[in-house]
Design a protein around this ligand. Structure first.
Ligand code: SAM
Ligand code: ZN
Ligand code: ZN
Ligand code: ZN
Length: 306
């Protein structure tokens, strides 16, 4: 068969870009020997629509007309908000709010070459990663080599859901199920909220094995390349040593700001799971996006409910 089956130990560089089908451990730690298959592909089928706006998967970008070897903010139309990367490291200046500036990489329509410094996450995985069994958190992901601060580590890829489908899937979960659905909200200048829901439960990549930490070594940023549908990219928050577990903050600190009203809800509602991140600043519980738990959801975006 054309299907490529790999064992966990062999997962590594290029996984996101080249593999079609691979095996992964059962979600339940009690069934460590059970394997199921899931297809690794980026699914453009379900796309969040914001109001009556255009379908974001159908918006593409014109591309820059730079003829230099690499694009820079002074010249390049893709770098309207300033340079995104320096030596493959994401540029983060000033306070945390700057993390949420939109990132557009150069795309297939751009005149610059493959070596352009504004092409980073499109090159795929650059570090060898390994899925391993943690003591209390089920499976986790660690790096087998040193990762410098600012470098792209991996994507959080999965099915792109609309709000209604994300709610439906979340409501089907029981409290013992792992949750993989992530909601990313981008706040636009005109108070519009752009939402992206990604579910790697059935279709996904190694990003689905990332555990939460209250003091994480990765942060997430939405990056757009050829379409308005962002890729959820995880970057190193600090230098990361070989064999360290990779984690990010599920509450979306750094860039994915939840409106204050959601934060209140996060604390009030009861569906709380203990956090075993083991850090000094641990809040004791996993963050939860309770906006996806409205039982009376009509498919309207939560913005309209605030
Ligand atoms: C996206 S999955 C991460 C991979 C998961 N550990 C597995 O075995 O597939 C999210 C789930 O992992 C578990 N998890 C992640 N971070 C955790 C933490 N800090 N403490 C306890 N459980 C955690 C929770 O069950 C959560 O619903
Ligand atoms: Zn370029
Ligand atoms: Zn350019
Ligand atoms: Zn914690």
């Amino acid at each position: 068969s054309k299907k490529e089956i790999l064992l966990l130990k062999k997962w590594g560089v290029g996984l996101e870009n080249y593999l079609d089908i691979y095996t992964c451990p059962s979600l339940s730690p009690n069934h460590g020997s059970d394997f199921f298959h899931f297809v690794l592909q980026y699914s453009p089928d379900h796309v969040t629509r914001v109001g009556d706006g255009p379908d974001p998967s159908e918006i593409s970008f014109p591309g820059c007309s730079c003829h230099s070897t690499s694009c820079s903010a002074s010249m390049c139309s893709c770098l309207h908000y300033g340079d995104n990367y320096n030596n493959s490291c994401i540029i983060r200046e000033g306070n945390e709010l700057d993390f949420s500036k939109p990132i557009f990489e150069c795309n297939t329509m751009c005149h610059c070459g493959e070596l352009c410094q504004n092409r980073v996450i499109q090159r795929g995985l650059q570090f060898r990663l390994e899925v391993f069994k943690t003591t209390k958190k089920g499976w986790g992901l660690r790096t087998l080599e040193f990762i410098p601060k600012g470098r792209f580590v991996c994507e959080y890829a999965g099915e792109i859901l609309d709000f209604k489908e994300a709610c439906r899937r979340i409501q089907l979960q029981t409290s013992s199920d792992s949750n993989y659905i992530i909601a990313v909200r981008e706040h636009l200048h005109d108070e519009q909220v752009l939402e992206t829901f990604v579910d790697p439960t059935y279709i996904g990549n190694v990003g689905r094995f990332l555990n939460h930490s209250c003091e994480p070594n990765l942060f997430m940023a939405p990056v757009r390349i050829d379409s308005m549908v962002p890729k959820l990219a995880l970057f190193a928050n600090c230098d990361i040593c070989a064999n360290e577990e990779l984690t990010y903050d599920y509450s979306g600190r750094y860039g994915n700001y939840l409106p204050v009203k959601y934060q209140e809800k996060l604390q009030k509602e009861d569906s709380k799971k203990p956090c075993y991140c083991g850090t000094k600043l641990c809040t004791g519980f996993l963050p939860y996006d309770s906006s996806l738990f409205y039982k009376d959801n009509t498919g309207n975006s939560p913005k309209e409910k605030l």
